[in-house]
Design a protein around this ligand. Structure first.
Ligand code: IMP
Ligand code: MG
Length: 179
């Protein structure tokens, strides 16, 4: 398949269709409901921008009380990591003693997540779980314990369903890899 965007012409292959994503999102929500159901509200911490569509779909299948918070981190330019993580919007200040579920779009080197976990450590959260739609396992730089993974994938750059290439293609309803 070819996606054409003005000056850019790219070869892409659909990795996961809209239907496949829908099914998997429901399965993850089911697992989270089973594990994390409680009387206390679960704080859902959405890592922007990439996780906004995944999180919006996922939270609508959660059946426990929730509070939604966001944090904005940036580490990518084009199709490669800059190596440093920038905090664009700061962490909500009220996480001490709370049960927190982080929702990420994709884990590659793990630097973004390591940065976030370090920030969260300072806040003395009560419990912390991590959910990522995609996981590029082979590219982790250090061991990372993810609690919920949508799809493990290979090394190729992925766009769509919230994931961007220089802020474009987030609106594609499917996940595609650049060839
Ligand atoms: P890490 O810090 O290397 O784990 O990279 C994680 C961040 O880089 C993700 O939250 C994404 O924003 C971005 N990223 C990594 N791989 C991809 C990709 O294949 N497509 C789009 N964004 C990606
Ligand atoms: Mg991200």
């Amino acid at each position: 398949m070819e996606i054409i965007h003005k000056e850019q012409k790219m070869q892409c292959k659909i990795l996961f269709s809209e239907e496949q994503i829908k099914t998997r999102v429901r399965e993850i929500a089911h697992a989270i409901n089973k594990d994390l159901g409680s009387q206390e509200p679960l704080v859902i911490l959405i890592v922007l921008n990439g996780a906004f569509i995944f999180a919006a779909d996922l939270v609508r299948h959660l059946d426990m009380p929730t509070e939604i918070e966001t944090i904005r981190l940036k580490s990518y330019e084009g199709t490669s990591s800059t190596g440093t993580v920038q905090l664009i919007n700061s962490l909500p200040a009220n996480l001490a003693g709370r049960n927190v579920l982080v929702i990420e779009d994709i884990v590659e080197t793990g630097r973004t997540l390591a940065f976030l976990l370090n920030e969260l450590k300072k806040q003395n959260v009560k419990s912390l779980k991590i959910c990522s739609l995609l996981d590029k396992k082979e590219l982790h730089e250090s061991p990372i314990a993810l609690d919920y993974i949508g799809f493990p994938i290979g090394k190729n750059f992925v766009i769509g369903y919230g994931l961007d290439l220089d802020e474009k293609y987030r609106n594609l309803p499917y996940l595609a890899e650049l060839l």
